[in-house]
Design a binder for this molecule. Structure first.
Ligand SMILES: Cc1ncc(COP(=O)(O)O)c(C=O)c1O
Length: 485
């Protein structure tokens, strides 16, 4: 018990203790039904009278967080969504959603909640991941490969901060990029890559142009760094380059954050011309483009060329290549490629943070690439995704007459769906889908300014469920929407 009483604070001691206990209960440090310490124990620990200690419990009771039972003690009657036991309770999660809707930190709190609770719904259309069983069938596990001493060395010492050399070498040759070995650094995935790039380049108040809607993690990292965010609206056909040029003249950005290869969440792609134009704008106004690429490998038709790989790209682009979708999100690995002086700063940050990334997952990814598993898996994954996309379209297109709108994805893992204008995707999620065991990501969560206009949109992932569950889930989703229109 680490409660304190501060004599300088003009609040009665019993209320000071009660407030700290309330925080503990709401944070889930005391679970639902847990018995709290007795009046006597509290009085002794805090060096207060029994009367004051009793007032603490009376106050908690009046706040409906605790029930006192004569002769037995005080029991917590609040179900905290942050307590791992109650996270499985749908009613608690729903209440928590409702309480977060208008909070200041709406986006990051909601993302945290989605991350921790989406698995509670059978039809989880929220996670942008591949189906784990499917991946298990495609790829050997670490233990399958770890007996080969040429692949897994178990050196028992720290590795090079920039990352495992054979992995960096094979990445440079496989990606066929115009970056040298000094210009690549291994990360714990792209979220880590964004963090490192931002820590290395962005100071408080620096301006960053950022696509909207976009990957929520990037927005939160940039907010955390106290950057000034200027949203760039992304359209089906990409960005309006003239508008971006005007923003550059007005705000003089230091960085631009983009997911141009099957953007998360929209699935939109920049065409070659827009890519060239953006690189030219970055050159003219002297800023870096942080290109976050998880998805270019999941292209169903033509192969996409990341900005980093286009002529001149390696001078202007900090390229984040994510691998956690393919090798599994339990094995987070990514690569950051950038001009040498940027990599040097990133390396300094990585040294401070963790002395580099653990070697074992790096060896695993290296083994998968070296032995050809990675490439073979990718082919099977894309053909499976194509089949899934057709299946989703088959179910959703019957709803077009009601005003539902979407583009059939040409790659990536998500459908970006617009509901009719009078429908809000959060309301549909909380009031209809959740109790029917379905979850997806509401569009508002993915906007840079959460008050702007993605509230009619939702992101529907089609890759995480097994194929059978996907079909059953779609059937249920479509019937529920039909009844709701
Ligand atoms: C655009 C984007 N960036 C970063 C991430 C985080 O990925 P990682 O697991 O590589 O950190 C995701 C995850 O979905 C993503 O979509």
């Amino acid at each position: 018990m680490n409660y304190t009483i501060d004599k300088e604070i003009p609040l009665a001691p019993y209320r000071q203790i009660a407030n700290q206990m309330i925080d503990d209960i709401k944070d889930g440090n005391y679970g639902y039904g847990q018995k709290l310490m007795s009046v006597r124990t509290l009085a002794k620990a805090m060096n207060i009278s029994h009367v004051t200690a009793d007032k603490v419990f009376k106050y908690l009771e009046s706040e409906k967080l605790v029930e006192r039972i004569q002769g037995r003690g005080a029991f917590v009657i609040y179900k905290s969504p942050f307590n791992s036991e109650t996270l499985l309770d749908k009613e608690v999660i729903k209440q928590r959603y409702a309480s977060l809707r208008d909070s200041e930190n709406y986006r990051s709190l909601m993302v945290n909640l989605f991350q921790n609770t989406s698995h509670v719904c059978t039809y989880n259309f929220s996670y942008a991941l591949l189906n784990p069983e499917f991946l298990n069938d495609l790829l050997p596990s670490v233990s399958d490969l770890s007996r080969d001493p040429n692949l897994f060395k178990a050196t028992r010492v720290y590795g090079e901060i920039k990352g495992y050399l054979p992995l960096r070498e094979i990445m440079i040759s496989e990606l066929q990029v115009d970056y040298s070995l000094d210009e690549i650094i291994i990360t714990n995935g792209n979220q880590h890559g964004i963090n490192l790039a931002v820590a290395a380049l962005i100071n408080k108040g620096d301006t960053v142009l950022i696509e909207t809607p976009t990957f929520t993690g990037a927005v939160d990292i940039l907010h955390n760094a106290q950057a000034r965010l200027i949203p760039m609206k992304i359209f089906q056909e990409g960005f309006c380059i003239e508008t971006i040029e005007e923003l550059c003249i007005k705000y003089r950005p230091k960085l631009m954050y983009l997911t141009p290869n099957f953007s998360n969440p929209t699935g939109y792609c920049l065409d070659c011309e827009k890519r060239r134009a953006l690189l030219a704008v970055a050159e003219r106004y002297d800023f870096y483009i942080l290109e976050d690429d998880h998805w270019s490998d999941f292209a169903f038709e033509e192969k996409l060329i990341p900005l980093a790989l286009m002529p001149g790209g390696s001078k202007r682009v900090i390229y984040l290549k994510g691998f956690s979708k393919i090798i599994g999100a339990d094995n987070r690995i990514g690569a950051l490629l950038a001009p040498k002086h940027v990599v040097q700063r990133v390396e300094r940050e990585l040294t401070l943070q963790s002395l580099g990334v653990a070697i074992l997952p790096q060896e695993y990814l290296y083994a998968l690439i070296k032995k050809g598993y990675y490439k073979r898996a990718l082919e099977k994954i894309t053909s499976d995704l194509k089949r899934r996309v057709r299946q989703v379209d088959k179910y959703l297109k019957v709803l077009k007459v009601y005003g539902l709108d979407y583009e059939v994805p040409r790659g990536g893992l998500n459908y970006w769906i617009k509901l009719p204008d009078n429908m809000n995707s959060e309301d549909v999620l909380f009031n209809v889908m959740y109790e029917n065991d379905i979850t997806f990501l509401p569009g508002r969560l993915l906007d840079v300014n959460i008050e702007s206009n993605s509230s009619h949109y939702l992101r529907l992932n089609y890759s995480f469920l097994s194929y059978n569950q996907l079909t059953l889930g779609l059937e249920r989703l479509v019937n529920l929407l039909k009844a709701h229109f």
